[in-house]
Design a protein around this ligand. Structure first.
Ligand code: G6P
Length: 480
Protein backbone atom coordinates (compact mmCIF):
# COMPACT_ATOMS: atom_id res chain seq x y z
CA UNK A 1 0.00 0.00 0.00
CA UNK A 2 1.32 3.44 -0.93
CA UNK A 3 2.38 5.67 1.94
CA UNK A 4 2.84 9.23 0.74
CA UNK A 5 5.03 11.94 2.28
CA UNK A 6 2.84 14.64 0.77
CA UNK A 7 -0.89 14.23 0.36
CA UNK A 8 -3.10 16.73 -1.45
CA UNK A 9 -6.78 16.52 -0.54
CA UNK A 10 -9.14 18.36 -2.90
CA UNK A 11 -12.79 18.01 -3.85
CA UNK A 12 -11.77 17.03 -7.37
CA UNK A 13 -9.07 14.67 -8.58
CA UNK A 14 -6.64 16.27 -11.06
CA UNK A 15 -8.07 14.08 -13.85
CA UNK A 16 -11.38 13.79 -15.70
CA UNK A 17 -12.95 10.48 -16.60
CA UNK A 18 -13.58 10.18 -20.32
CA UNK A 19 -15.34 7.32 -22.05
CA UNK A 20 -14.37 6.60 -25.66
CA UNK A 21 -16.63 5.43 -28.52
CA UNK A 22 -16.27 1.77 -27.55
CA UNK A 23 -17.38 2.59 -23.98
CA UNK A 24 -13.88 2.17 -22.56
CA UNK A 25 -13.17 4.67 -19.74
CA UNK A 26 -9.82 6.41 -19.35
CA UNK A 27 -8.41 9.43 -17.53
CA UNK A 28 -7.38 12.80 -18.93
CA UNK A 29 -5.56 15.51 -17.03
CA UNK A 30 -8.03 18.27 -16.01
CA UNK A 31 -7.40 21.73 -17.38
CA UNK A 32 -7.58 23.45 -13.95
CA UNK A 33 -4.90 25.73 -12.57
CA UNK A 34 -4.43 23.85 -9.31
CA UNK A 35 -3.42 20.76 -11.24
CA UNK A 36 -0.66 22.60 -13.06
CA UNK A 37 0.32 24.26 -9.81
CA UNK A 38 0.79 21.07 -7.92
CA UNK A 39 2.06 18.79 -10.66
CA UNK A 40 5.76 19.42 -10.00
CA UNK A 41 5.13 19.09 -6.27
CA UNK A 42 3.33 15.80 -6.79
CA UNK A 43 6.14 14.43 -8.88
CA UNK A 44 8.31 14.94 -5.85
CA UNK A 45 8.85 11.55 -4.28
CA UNK A 46 5.74 9.81 -3.02
CA UNK A 47 2.99 12.33 -3.62
CA UNK A 48 -0.68 11.31 -3.42
CA UNK A 49 -3.88 13.15 -4.34
CA UNK A 50 -7.21 12.33 -2.68
CA UNK A 51 -10.31 13.56 -4.54
CA UNK A 52 -13.69 12.90 -6.13
CA UNK A 53 -13.60 11.62 -9.73
CA UNK A 54 -16.31 14.13 -10.72
CA UNK A 55 -19.18 11.70 -11.32
CA UNK A 56 -21.58 10.12 -8.84
CA UNK A 57 -21.61 6.49 -7.87
CA UNK A 58 -18.46 5.30 -9.57
CA UNK A 59 -16.10 2.98 -7.76
CA UNK A 60 -12.48 3.37 -8.75
CA UNK A 61 -9.49 1.78 -7.08
CA UNK A 62 -6.47 4.01 -6.35
CA UNK A 63 -4.25 4.31 -9.44
CA UNK A 64 -1.07 5.94 -10.73
CA UNK A 65 -1.32 8.84 -13.16
CA UNK A 66 1.63 10.80 -14.58
CA UNK A 67 3.81 10.12 -11.57
CA UNK A 68 1.20 10.70 -8.84
CA UNK A 69 -0.80 8.25 -6.76
CA UNK A 70 -4.49 9.11 -7.08
CA UNK A 71 -7.01 8.05 -4.45
CA UNK A 72 -10.63 8.39 -5.63
CA UNK A 73 -13.34 9.20 -3.06
CA UNK A 74 -16.78 7.89 -4.00
CA UNK A 75 -19.81 10.17 -3.72
CA UNK A 76 -23.36 8.94 -4.20
CA UNK A 77 -25.80 10.96 -6.32
CA UNK A 78 -27.53 12.02 -3.09
CA UNK A 79 -24.21 13.25 -1.65
CA UNK A 80 -23.37 15.16 -4.81
CA UNK A 81 -26.70 16.91 -4.43
CA UNK A 82 -26.37 17.69 -0.72
CA UNK A 83 -22.64 18.08 -0.09
CA UNK A 84 -21.46 19.51 -3.45
CA UNK A 85 -24.41 21.29 -5.06
CA UNK A 86 -26.11 22.09 -1.76
CA UNK A 87 -23.79 22.86 1.15
CA UNK A 88 -20.69 23.72 -0.91
CA UNK A 89 -22.25 25.65 -3.78
CA UNK A 90 -25.60 26.89 -2.48
CA UNK A 91 -24.50 27.73 1.08
CA UNK A 92 -20.76 28.35 1.44
CA UNK A 93 -20.21 29.75 -2.07
CA UNK A 94 -22.81 32.55 -1.87
CA UNK A 95 -22.12 33.27 1.84
CA UNK A 96 -18.37 33.58 1.28
CA UNK A 97 -18.93 35.77 -1.80
CA UNK A 98 -20.67 38.46 0.23
CA UNK A 99 -24.19 37.04 -0.18
CA UNK A 100 -24.44 38.13 -3.85
CA UNK A 101 -26.94 35.29 -4.06
CA UNK A 102 -28.87 34.21 -0.99
CA UNK A 103 -27.22 31.33 0.87
CA UNK A 104 -29.53 28.49 1.85
CA UNK A 105 -29.00 26.90 5.25
CA UNK A 106 -30.27 23.34 5.20
CA UNK A 107 -29.51 20.89 7.97
CA UNK A 108 -29.63 17.83 5.71
CA UNK A 109 -26.97 19.45 3.51
CA UNK A 110 -24.78 20.10 6.55
CA UNK A 111 -25.14 16.48 7.68
CA UNK A 112 -24.01 15.27 4.24
CA UNK A 113 -21.13 17.79 4.28
CA UNK A 114 -19.91 16.39 7.63
CA UNK A 115 -20.20 12.82 6.36
CA UNK A 116 -18.34 13.49 3.14
CA UNK A 117 -15.61 15.48 4.90
CA UNK A 118 -15.14 12.47 7.20
CA UNK A 119 -14.70 10.24 4.18
CA UNK A 120 -12.03 12.51 2.67
CA UNK A 121 -10.23 12.71 6.03
CA UNK A 122 -10.28 8.91 6.40
CA UNK A 123 -8.89 8.42 2.88
CA UNK A 124 -6.09 10.92 3.55
CA UNK A 125 -5.30 9.33 6.92
CA UNK A 126 -4.93 5.98 5.23
CA UNK A 127 -2.54 7.07 2.48
CA UNK A 128 -0.32 9.44 4.51
CA UNK A 129 3.04 8.12 5.66
CA UNK A 130 4.17 8.53 9.26
CA UNK A 131 4.85 12.23 9.93
CA UNK A 132 3.70 13.23 6.40
CA UNK A 133 2.47 16.66 5.27
CA UNK A 134 -1.12 16.94 4.08
CA UNK A 135 -2.40 19.89 2.08
CA UNK A 136 -6.20 20.29 2.07
CA UNK A 137 -7.78 22.52 -0.61
CA UNK A 138 -10.77 24.81 -0.46
CA UNK A 139 -14.19 25.38 1.02
CA UNK A 140 -15.66 21.99 0.14
CA UNK A 141 -13.36 20.42 2.78
CA UNK A 142 -13.22 22.86 5.68
CA UNK A 143 -13.78 20.19 8.32
CA UNK A 144 -11.05 17.88 7.05
CA UNK A 145 -8.10 19.50 8.89
CA UNK A 146 -9.54 18.87 12.34
CA UNK A 147 -10.91 15.42 11.49
CA UNK A 148 -7.53 14.44 10.12
CA UNK A 149 -5.67 15.75 13.14
CA UNK A 150 -7.88 13.60 15.37
CA UNK A 151 -7.21 10.51 13.27
CA UNK A 152 -3.51 11.19 12.77
CA UNK A 153 -1.89 13.55 15.30
CA UNK A 154 1.52 12.85 13.72
CA UNK A 155 0.67 14.74 10.50
CA UNK A 156 1.45 18.35 9.68
CA UNK A 157 -1.65 19.81 8.05
CA UNK A 158 -2.06 22.76 5.69
CA UNK A 159 -5.27 24.19 4.27
CA UNK A 160 -5.64 26.68 1.43
CA UNK A 161 -8.85 28.66 0.97
CA UNK A 162 -9.19 29.54 -2.73
CA UNK A 163 -12.24 31.77 -2.31
CA UNK A 164 -12.84 34.86 -0.17
CA UNK A 165 -13.40 34.64 3.58
CA UNK A 166 -16.21 37.09 4.39
CA UNK A 167 -16.45 39.83 7.00
CA UNK A 168 -17.74 38.68 10.38
CA UNK A 169 -21.12 40.38 9.95
CA UNK A 170 -21.84 37.95 7.12
CA UNK A 171 -19.94 34.93 8.38
CA UNK A 172 -21.90 35.05 11.62
CA UNK A 173 -25.07 34.03 9.71
CA UNK A 174 -23.71 30.51 9.33
CA UNK A 175 -25.54 28.16 11.72
CA UNK A 176 -22.38 26.01 11.89
CA UNK A 177 -19.93 28.91 12.24
CA UNK A 178 -18.21 27.36 15.27
CA UNK A 179 -17.74 23.90 13.74
CA UNK A 180 -16.27 25.36 10.55
CA UNK A 181 -13.73 27.49 12.41
CA UNK A 182 -12.77 24.55 14.59
CA UNK A 183 -12.48 22.40 11.47
CA UNK A 184 -10.12 24.84 9.79
CA UNK A 185 -8.06 25.33 12.93
CA UNK A 186 -7.14 21.67 12.81
CA UNK A 187 -4.53 22.87 10.30
CA UNK A 188 -1.07 24.16 11.25
CA UNK A 189 -1.05 26.57 8.29
CA UNK A 190 -4.23 28.17 6.91
CA UNK A 191 -3.67 30.06 3.67
CA UNK A 192 -5.87 32.77 2.15
CA UNK A 193 -5.76 34.77 -1.09
CA UNK A 194 -5.74 38.26 0.41
CA UNK A 195 -4.51 39.80 3.64
CA UNK A 196 -8.11 40.93 4.20
CA UNK A 197 -9.37 37.31 4.04
CA UNK A 198 -6.86 36.21 6.68
CA UNK A 199 -7.95 39.20 8.80
CA UNK A 200 -11.65 38.29 8.47
CA UNK A 201 -10.84 34.74 9.52
CA UNK A 202 -8.84 35.84 12.58
CA UNK A 203 -11.68 38.15 13.62
CA UNK A 204 -14.24 35.34 13.33
CA UNK A 205 -11.96 33.13 15.46
CA UNK A 206 -11.74 35.85 18.14
CA UNK A 207 -15.48 36.51 18.13
CA UNK A 208 -16.78 32.94 17.99
CA UNK A 209 -14.10 30.91 19.75
CA UNK A 210 -12.49 33.64 21.86
CA UNK A 211 -9.01 32.42 20.96
CA UNK A 212 -6.14 34.89 21.06
CA UNK A 213 -4.71 36.02 17.72
CA UNK A 214 -1.62 38.09 17.10
CA UNK A 215 -0.65 39.23 13.59
CA UNK A 216 -0.78 35.95 11.62
CA UNK A 217 -0.62 33.66 14.67
CA UNK A 218 -3.59 32.02 16.39
CA UNK A 219 -3.25 30.34 19.79
CA UNK A 220 -5.31 27.15 19.75
CA UNK A 221 -6.06 25.53 23.13
CA UNK A 222 -5.58 21.76 23.26
CA UNK A 223 -7.54 19.20 25.22
CA UNK A 224 -4.64 18.56 27.61
CA UNK A 225 -4.61 22.22 28.63
CA UNK A 226 -1.59 23.16 26.52
CA UNK A 227 -1.78 25.37 23.42
CA UNK A 228 -0.45 25.17 19.88
CA UNK A 229 0.11 27.82 17.28
CA UNK A 230 -1.68 27.98 13.91
CA UNK A 231 -0.57 30.34 11.15
CA UNK A 232 -3.33 32.14 9.17
CA UNK A 233 -1.78 34.14 6.37
CA UNK A 234 -2.17 35.35 2.77
CA UNK A 235 -0.49 33.30 0.01
CA UNK A 236 -1.94 34.74 -3.21
CA UNK A 237 -2.23 32.01 -5.83
CA UNK A 238 -0.92 32.46 -9.34
CA UNK A 239 -0.56 30.79 -12.73
CA UNK A 240 2.07 28.91 -14.64
CA UNK A 241 3.08 32.10 -16.48
CA UNK A 242 5.83 30.42 -18.57
CA UNK A 243 3.37 28.06 -20.23
CA UNK A 244 1.14 30.99 -21.28
CA UNK A 245 4.12 32.85 -22.65
CA UNK A 246 5.18 29.81 -24.62
CA UNK A 247 1.72 29.42 -26.15
CA UNK A 248 1.48 33.13 -26.94
CA UNK A 249 4.71 32.93 -28.95
CA UNK A 250 3.48 30.06 -31.12
CA UNK A 251 2.87 31.20 -34.73
CA UNK A 252 -0.18 28.93 -35.11
CA UNK A 253 -1.80 30.50 -32.03
CA UNK A 254 -1.01 34.02 -33.25
CA UNK A 255 -2.55 33.08 -36.61
CA UNK A 256 -5.61 31.80 -34.77
CA UNK A 257 -5.88 35.17 -32.96
CA UNK A 258 -5.95 36.94 -36.33
CA UNK A 259 -8.58 34.50 -37.53
CA UNK A 260 -10.74 35.27 -34.46
CA UNK A 261 -10.57 39.01 -35.23
CA UNK A 262 -11.42 38.29 -38.84
CA UNK A 263 -14.38 36.16 -37.78
CA UNK A 264 -15.79 39.11 -35.84
CA UNK A 265 -15.58 41.36 -38.90
CA UNK A 266 -12.27 42.96 -37.92
CA UNK A 267 -13.69 45.52 -35.49
CA UNK A 268 -11.32 48.27 -34.34
CA UNK A 269 -11.48 47.02 -30.77
CA UNK A 270 -12.40 43.70 -29.23
CA UNK A 271 -13.45 43.54 -25.58
CA UNK A 272 -13.18 40.13 -23.95
CA UNK A 273 -14.81 38.50 -20.93
CA UNK A 274 -13.85 34.97 -19.88
CA UNK A 275 -15.61 33.49 -16.87
CA UNK A 276 -17.24 30.45 -15.44
CA UNK A 277 -20.92 31.29 -15.74
CA UNK A 278 -21.20 32.41 -12.11
CA UNK A 279 -23.09 35.24 -10.39
CA UNK A 280 -19.91 36.34 -8.64
CA UNK A 281 -18.29 37.37 -11.93
CA UNK A 282 -20.36 40.50 -12.57
CA UNK A 283 -21.26 39.44 -16.12
CA UNK A 284 -24.65 41.19 -15.95
CA UNK A 285 -23.05 44.44 -14.77
CA UNK A 286 -20.56 44.23 -17.64
CA UNK A 287 -23.32 43.63 -20.19
CA UNK A 288 -25.29 46.54 -18.78
CA UNK A 289 -22.34 48.90 -19.10
CA UNK A 290 -21.61 47.79 -22.66
CA UNK A 291 -25.28 47.96 -23.66
CA UNK A 292 -25.47 51.54 -22.36
CA UNK A 293 -22.31 52.55 -24.22
CA UNK A 294 -23.95 51.34 -27.44
CA UNK A 295 -27.21 53.05 -26.53
CA UNK A 296 -25.45 56.33 -25.72
CA UNK A 297 -23.61 56.14 -29.05
CA UNK A 298 -20.19 56.21 -27.36
CA UNK A 299 -19.31 53.02 -29.25
CA UNK A 300 -20.80 51.37 -32.33
CA UNK A 301 -20.98 47.72 -33.37
CA UNK A 302 -18.89 48.46 -36.46
CA UNK A 303 -16.01 49.51 -34.21
CA UNK A 304 -16.33 47.51 -31.01
CA UNK A 305 -17.41 43.95 -30.26
CA UNK A 306 -17.68 42.25 -26.87
CA UNK A 307 -16.66 38.60 -26.95
CA UNK A 308 -18.03 36.84 -23.89
CA UNK A 309 -16.97 33.31 -23.08
CA UNK A 310 -19.07 31.91 -20.24
CA UNK A 311 -18.12 28.34 -19.47
CA UNK A 312 -20.87 26.06 -18.14
CA UNK A 313 -20.71 25.57 -14.38
CA UNK A 314 -22.77 23.96 -11.57
CA UNK A 315 -25.72 23.71 -13.90
CA UNK A 316 -27.99 21.87 -11.48
CA UNK A 317 -27.89 24.65 -8.87
CA UNK A 318 -30.94 26.92 -9.12
CA UNK A 319 -29.07 30.24 -8.85
CA UNK A 320 -26.87 29.24 -11.80
CA UNK A 321 -29.86 28.27 -13.95
CA UNK A 322 -31.46 31.63 -13.22
CA UNK A 323 -28.29 33.51 -13.98
CA UNK A 324 -27.93 31.76 -17.31
CA UNK A 325 -31.47 32.74 -18.29
CA UNK A 326 -30.88 36.37 -17.30
CA UNK A 327 -27.61 36.63 -19.17
CA UNK A 328 -28.90 35.00 -22.30
CA UNK A 329 -31.97 37.23 -22.27
CA UNK A 330 -29.78 40.32 -21.90
CA UNK A 331 -27.37 39.26 -24.65
CA UNK A 332 -30.32 38.55 -26.96
CA UNK A 333 -31.86 41.96 -26.24
CA UNK A 334 -28.65 43.91 -26.77
CA UNK A 335 -27.83 42.04 -29.97
CA UNK A 336 -31.40 42.44 -31.22
CA UNK A 337 -31.23 46.18 -30.65
CA UNK A 338 -27.76 46.87 -32.04
CA UNK A 339 -26.56 44.13 -34.41
CA UNK A 340 -26.30 44.79 -38.12
CA UNK A 341 -26.16 42.08 -40.75
CA UNK A 342 -22.39 42.44 -40.82
CA UNK A 343 -21.54 43.12 -37.15
CA UNK A 344 -22.55 41.84 -33.77
CA UNK A 345 -22.52 43.66 -30.45
CA UNK A 346 -21.87 40.62 -28.29
CA UNK A 347 -20.55 37.26 -29.42
CA UNK A 348 -21.63 34.98 -26.59
CA UNK A 349 -20.11 31.51 -26.22
CA UNK A 350 -21.48 29.19 -23.53
CA UNK A 351 -18.59 26.79 -23.93
CA UNK A 352 -15.28 25.75 -22.43
CA UNK A 353 -12.10 25.89 -24.51
CA UNK A 354 -8.64 24.38 -24.32
CA UNK A 355 -5.79 26.57 -23.21
CA UNK A 356 -4.49 27.10 -26.77
CA UNK A 357 -7.77 28.68 -27.82
CA UNK A 358 -7.87 30.79 -24.66
CA UNK A 359 -4.47 32.23 -25.43
CA UNK A 360 -5.57 33.02 -28.99
CA UNK A 361 -8.58 34.86 -27.52
CA UNK A 362 -6.32 36.80 -25.15
CA UNK A 363 -4.09 37.82 -28.05
CA UNK A 364 -7.10 38.88 -30.10
CA UNK A 365 -8.53 41.06 -27.32
CA UNK A 366 -7.65 44.75 -26.97
CA UNK A 367 -9.40 45.02 -23.62
CA UNK A 368 -9.89 42.31 -21.01
CA UNK A 369 -12.87 42.85 -18.70
CA UNK A 370 -12.67 41.32 -15.22
CA UNK A 371 -15.68 42.78 -13.43
CA UNK A 372 -16.17 40.35 -10.54
CA UNK A 373 -18.43 41.45 -7.68
CA UNK A 374 -16.32 39.24 -5.43
CA UNK A 375 -13.59 36.79 -6.41
CA UNK A 376 -10.93 34.97 -4.40
CA UNK A 377 -8.20 35.75 -6.91
CA UNK A 378 -9.33 35.62 -10.60
CA UNK A 379 -6.66 33.80 -12.52
CA UNK A 380 -8.04 34.91 -15.89
CA UNK A 381 -6.68 38.39 -15.16
CA UNK A 382 -3.22 36.90 -14.67
CA UNK A 383 -3.52 34.66 -17.72
CA UNK A 384 -4.38 37.61 -19.95
CA UNK A 385 -1.40 39.55 -18.70
CA UNK A 386 0.99 36.59 -19.13
CA UNK A 387 -0.24 35.98 -22.68
CA UNK A 388 0.40 39.60 -23.79
CA UNK A 389 4.00 39.02 -24.84
CA UNK A 390 3.58 42.04 -27.16
CA UNK A 391 3.05 44.35 -24.14
CA UNK A 392 -0.24 45.53 -25.60
CA UNK A 393 -3.81 45.31 -24.40
CA UNK A 394 -5.56 46.75 -21.36
CA UNK A 395 -6.74 44.93 -18.27
CA UNK A 396 -9.87 46.39 -16.66
CA UNK A 397 -9.97 44.87 -13.19
CA UNK A 398 -12.52 44.91 -10.40
CA UNK A 399 -11.21 45.95 -7.01
CA UNK A 400 -13.27 43.09 -5.57
CA UNK A 401 -11.07 40.43 -7.19
CA UNK A 402 -8.10 39.25 -5.15
CA UNK A 403 -5.85 39.96 -8.15
CA UNK A 404 -6.44 43.71 -7.59
CA UNK A 405 -4.05 43.66 -4.61
CA UNK A 406 -1.19 42.55 -6.85
CA UNK A 407 -2.05 44.32 -10.10
CA UNK A 408 -2.31 48.05 -9.37
CA UNK A 409 -1.36 48.96 -12.95
CA UNK A 410 -4.67 47.65 -14.27
CA UNK A 411 -7.54 50.05 -14.90
CA UNK A 412 -9.39 49.61 -11.64
CA UNK A 413 -13.18 49.56 -11.40
CA UNK A 414 -16.05 49.17 -8.97
CA UNK A 415 -18.47 47.04 -11.02
CA UNK A 416 -21.46 48.32 -9.04
CA UNK A 417 -20.74 51.80 -10.37
CA UNK A 418 -22.04 51.41 -13.92
CA UNK A 419 -21.12 54.96 -14.97
CA UNK A 420 -17.61 54.52 -13.59
CA UNK A 421 -17.28 51.21 -15.41
CA UNK A 422 -18.48 52.78 -18.68
CA UNK A 423 -15.85 55.50 -18.37
CA UNK A 424 -13.17 52.93 -17.55
CA UNK A 425 -14.09 50.86 -20.62
CA UNK A 426 -13.87 53.98 -22.80
CA UNK A 427 -10.53 54.84 -21.29
CA UNK A 428 -9.30 51.32 -22.04
CA UNK A 429 -10.60 51.47 -25.62
CA UNK A 430 -8.92 54.82 -26.22
CA UNK A 431 -5.68 54.18 -24.34
CA UNK A 432 -2.58 55.16 -26.36
CA UNK A 433 -0.14 52.34 -27.16
CA UNK A 434 2.63 53.86 -25.02
CA UNK A 435 0.46 53.85 -21.91
CA UNK A 436 -0.73 50.32 -22.65
CA UNK A 437 2.90 49.24 -22.86
CA UNK A 438 3.88 50.95 -19.62
CA UNK A 439 1.06 49.38 -17.68
CA UNK A 440 1.34 45.96 -19.28
CA UNK A 441 5.06 45.71 -18.54
CA UNK A 442 4.43 46.38 -14.85
CA UNK A 443 1.58 43.85 -14.74
CA UNK A 444 3.66 41.22 -16.51
CA UNK A 445 6.58 41.68 -14.18
CA UNK A 446 4.43 40.85 -11.18
CA UNK A 447 2.80 37.80 -12.79
CA UNK A 448 6.12 36.42 -14.02
CA UNK A 449 7.89 36.99 -10.69
CA UNK A 450 5.10 35.53 -8.57
CA UNK A 451 4.08 32.49 -10.54
CA UNK A 452 2.35 29.40 -9.26
CA UNK A 453 5.58 27.56 -8.52
CA UNK A 454 6.46 30.37 -6.15
CA UNK A 455 3.02 30.16 -4.58
CA UNK A 456 3.21 26.43 -3.84
CA UNK A 457 6.82 26.76 -2.70
CA UNK A 458 6.02 29.48 -0.20
CA UNK A 459 3.05 27.57 1.20
CA UNK A 460 5.01 24.33 1.51
CA UNK A 461 7.90 26.18 3.15
CA UNK A 462 5.50 27.47 5.78
CA UNK A 463 4.29 23.90 6.24
CA UNK A 464 7.87 22.63 6.61
CA UNK A 465 8.50 25.29 9.25
CA UNK A 466 5.34 24.24 11.10
CA UNK A 467 6.54 20.66 10.98
CA UNK A 468 9.94 21.60 12.39
CA UNK A 469 8.27 23.62 15.15
CA UNK A 470 6.02 20.67 16.06
CA UNK A 471 9.03 18.40 16.26
CA UNK A 472 10.91 20.70 18.57
CA UNK A 473 7.86 21.14 20.84
CA UNK A 474 7.32 17.39 21.14
CA UNK A 475 11.06 16.90 21.75
CA UNK A 476 10.92 19.42 24.61
CA UNK A 477 7.93 17.57 26.04
CA UNK A 478 9.90 14.34 25.84
CA UNK A 479 7.50 12.73 23.37
CA UNK A 480 8.92 10.22 20.93
C1 G6P B 1 -13.48 27.80 -7.89
C2 G6P B 1 -13.23 27.03 -6.61
C3 G6P B 1 -12.69 25.65 -6.90
C4 G6P B 1 -13.57 24.94 -7.91
C5 G6P B 1 -13.72 25.77 -9.18
C6 G6P B 1 -14.63 25.12 -10.22
O1 G6P B 1 -12.30 28.17 -8.49
O2 G6P B 1 -12.36 27.74 -5.76
O3 G6P B 1 -12.62 24.88 -5.70
O4 G6P B 1 -13.04 23.67 -8.22
O5 G6P B 1 -14.24 27.03 -8.81
O6 G6P B 1 -15.86 24.78 -9.68
P1 G6P B 1 -16.41 23.29 -9.59
O7 G6P B 1 -17.61 23.38 -8.71
O8 G6P B 1 -16.74 22.91 -11.01
O9 G6P B 1 -15.33 22.41 -9.02
Amino acid sequence: MTQADLVVVANRLPVDRVVDASGEPSWRRSPGGLVTALEPVMRRADGAWVGWPGQPDIDVEPFEFEGAHLVPVRLSADEVEKYYEGMSNDTFWPLYHDVIAEPRYRRVWWDAYVRVNERFAAAAAEVAADGAEVWVQDYQLQLVPRMLRELRPDLTIGYFHHIPFPAYGLYSQLPWRRQVLEGLLGADVIGFQRVADAGNFARAVRRVLRYATKATGITVPQEDGSTRNALAKAFPISIDAASYIELARRPDIQARAAEIREGLGNPKKILLGVDRLDYTKGIRHRLKAFGELLHDGRVSVEDVTLLQVASPSRERVEAYMQLRDEIELTVGRINGDFDTTGHTAIRYLHQAYPREEMVALFLAADVMLVTALRDGMNLVAKEYVAARVDNRGVLVLSEFAGAADELPSAVRINPHDIDGMKDAIMRAIEMPAAEQGRRMRALRKRVMDYDVARWSRSFLEALDEAKAARRSTSATRGES
